[in-house]
Design a protein around this ligand. Structure first.
Ligand code: OAD
Length: 266
């Protein structure tokens, strides 16, 4: 790591350390070095345009089987890989900060949870689960194949009946609201520092969270391979909302930032 990056990390750690209430927003870039493709960019999952159409609520309504098959393929890829040093560094940070830290992830790969993070709001859902279309708390593991007519077997009405609504992958499709909206709002408006890691900032509402954090007075940082707005060609106030930009692979920058912050907190 070059000296300017080290210095940028040190300055971020010093700005974050006083009585931190830290929100970490993650995107596909944090999982790239585990071996998963990101969405955008030349080799991204959406680079030919066709896959993006398969993750919309509209396509799901028209061709449920196609969307389930597609998501099952992503799930299989996600289950083949393991959390990396960046995921594990965030677990270490959570062990030190406890409730003063929340991870908000756009990722559906379950890698934060598998690494051991406990305070994770997976706002786009999680490919390892199925949920009932009628009752959101009826989540169950997604193992093996999912037939498009599979039904929820949870007991309802004090155990008198089976739920029997249809099951679907527990993933938020384009056109559907994010999960944990209220908790996200509370965490972001209450934080003193907001670090985004490995996200292009192109999908709302996650992309605008930095703005809400900044308006609430938080110190804001982006850890990414590319500067904010570069891929989207966007120079809006959202991309200008970062006080600190730390460029480099997340497995290198994030563990260093965590160490610096832990050192600065003591
Ligand atoms: P993108 O693919 O849009 O952006 C990934 C970002 O990670 C890019 O800016 C890369 O430069 C950066 N990156 C790649 N490798 C990296 C590395 N090793 N270290 C650090 N940064 C790296 O992914 P997201 O921003 O997560 O939504 O995409 C947001 C949402 O779009 C996803 O959650 C998904 C998708 O549609 C749903 O599934 C609902």
């Amino acid at each position: 790591m070059d000296r300017p990056t080290q210095e940028a990390i040190r300055s971020l750690a010093l700005a974050t350390a006083p009585r931190p209430r830290l929100v970490i927003l993650t995107g596909a870039g944090i999982s790239a070095e585990s071996g998963l493709s990101t969405y955008r960019g030349p080799d991204g999952l959406y680079s030919d345009g066709s896959k993006a159409n398969l993750v919309t609520a509209e396509t799901f309504g028209q061709d449920r089987d196609a969307v389930i098959t597609h998501l099952a393929c992503w799930r299989d890829q996600a289950l083949k890989v393991s959390p990396n040093r960046a995921h594990r560094a965030l677990v270490e940070l959570e062990a030190a900060l406890g409730k003063a830290m929340t991870v908000i992830t756009q990722n559906v790969d379950n890698l934060h949870q598998r690494a051991g993070s406990r305070r994770v709001l997976a706002i786009h859902g999680d490919l390892t689960g199925l949920r009932c279309e009628a009752r959101r708390p009826h989540i169950q593991p997604w193992e093996g194949e999912l037939q498009s007519e599979a039904l929820c077997h949870h007991l309802i009405f004090g155990g008198l009946r089976r739920c029997s609504a249809r099951l679907r992958p527990n993933v938020v499709l384009f056109g559907e609201p994010i999960l944990f909206g209220k908790q996200v709002e509370r965490a972001v408006t209450d934080c003193t520092a907001f670090w985004a890691i490995g996200t292009s900032g192109t999908v709302a509402p996650a992309a605008t969270l930095v703005l809400a954090a900044r308006l609430s007075g938080a110190e804001t940082a982006l850890f990414n391979l590319t500067p904010p707005g570069e891929e989207s060609g966007d120079d809006s106030i959202v991309t200008a909302a970062y006080h600190h930009v730390i460029l480099g692979p997340a497995t290198e920058t994030v563990p260093v930032a965590v160490n610096e912050l832990l050192g600065a907190c003591h």
